[in-house]
Design a binder for this molecule. Structure first.
Ligand SMILES: O=C(O)CCC(=O)C(=O)O
Ligand SMILES: [Fe+2]
Length: 299
């Protein structure tokens, strides 16, 4: 996770990514200070969370999937869009997949995914990622490299349930074309992902990230990037940069959360440690790697 001028820790901790993807400025200005946390090495800060804004979604947004348990009648529990302002928004469906099916997926993934807990390098220092991970990607995509680590890209074909879930996500968001997936397993409340934005260049300028959760409910926080972190626009255009805004979602078993618009440009997200989270959680983040031609983005 980094942007052209900012290094905020890819996928929670990955700074220092690799030239092709990240460009030469990746290591500039490494310690970023926000009002509540020092974002920087590793993005592993367990920042105090305050002034979390409550749910105010409920835009009655309908999903198009036949199999997914979604839509305005599925529950009254915050379905819909949360507008973050300035072109950023989050769509949340607490019950995207049924309870039973979600446990089936959980157990399948827990058992069959070739989990790794790689050592990455932050400021040249080795650091073990604080959760298990796995990367799935369509063939022929640009490689994902972060913090001196290049995850093996596994094939969708080896994990039919993942293709099934991908299909549900595509049905839910017509026109979406996710082609890669980062899977996280948080074995306990000690596992976490620090503040970061999924803003690598290979995802294009306004990446949409679809996140599905199974198992233990965990808090998912969003906060605005503070001064110095959002640098692509003149001060007059930045969203209230001096006031850190926060949002929280309790990501339920079977839920879907989509980040879209300017969310990766203007906001950071995290899943902090939680002493009370005793069981495991598996999270899927679907992404689209843009295929670049010499002159234009291939869609
Ligand atoms: O576990 C989650 O809900 C978020 C994971 C995440 O942000 C990531 O993989 O980039
Ligand atoms: Fe992320």
């Amino acid at each position: 996770m980094k942007s052209e001028n900012t290094v905020v820790g890819l996928i929670g901790e990955m700074l220092n990514p690799v030239s092709e993807i990240t460009g030469p400025k990746a290591n500039a200005g490494l310690k970023l200070k926000s009002e509540n946390a020092v974002v920087g090495s590793i993005g592993e800060m367990l920042n105090p969370v305050s002034e979390i804004t409550g749910p105010k979604a409920n835009a009655g947004l309908k999903l198009k999937s036949e199999n997914a348990v979604v839509g305005p009648n599925a529950n009254g529990d915050g379905d819909g869009v949360r507008d973050l302002g300035n072109g950023s928004s989050v769509v949340y469906f607490p019950r995207f997949l049924s309870y039973e099916k979600s446990w089936e997926y959980f157990h399948y993934l827990d058992k069959h995914i070739p989990w790794t807990r790689p050592t990455i390098y932050v400021f040249g220092k080795p650091f073990v990622q604080p959760r298990d991970v796995c990367y799935i990607a369509s063939k022929g995509l640009k490689e994902l490299i972060y913090s001196g680590h290049k995850p093996d890209a596994h094939s969708w074909d080896d994990y039919p349930p993942l293709k099934e879930i991908l299909e549900e996500v595509h049905k839910a968001f017509p026109g979406s074309h996710f082609n890669s997936l980062l899977i996280n397993r948080y074995n306990s409340g000690n596992d976490y992902v620090g503040w970061h934005a999924d803003d690598e260049k290979l995802y294009g300028p306004n990446p949409e990230i679809a996140s599905i959760s199974f198992g233990c409910e965990r808090d998912f926080f969003l906060k605005t990037k503070s001064q110095g972190e959002v640098v692509r626009e003149p001060p007059s255009k930045r969203a209230k940069k001096n006031k850190v805004e926060k949002h929280c979602f309790k990501l339920k078993h079977g839920s879907l959360l989509l980040m879209r618009g300017n969310t990766q440009r203007d906001w950071l997200h995290s899943v902090p440690k939680r002493a009370k989270a005793e069981s495991a959680r598996i999270n899927l983040t679907f992404r689209r790697v843009m295929q670049m031609s010499s002159r234009r983005l291939l869609l």
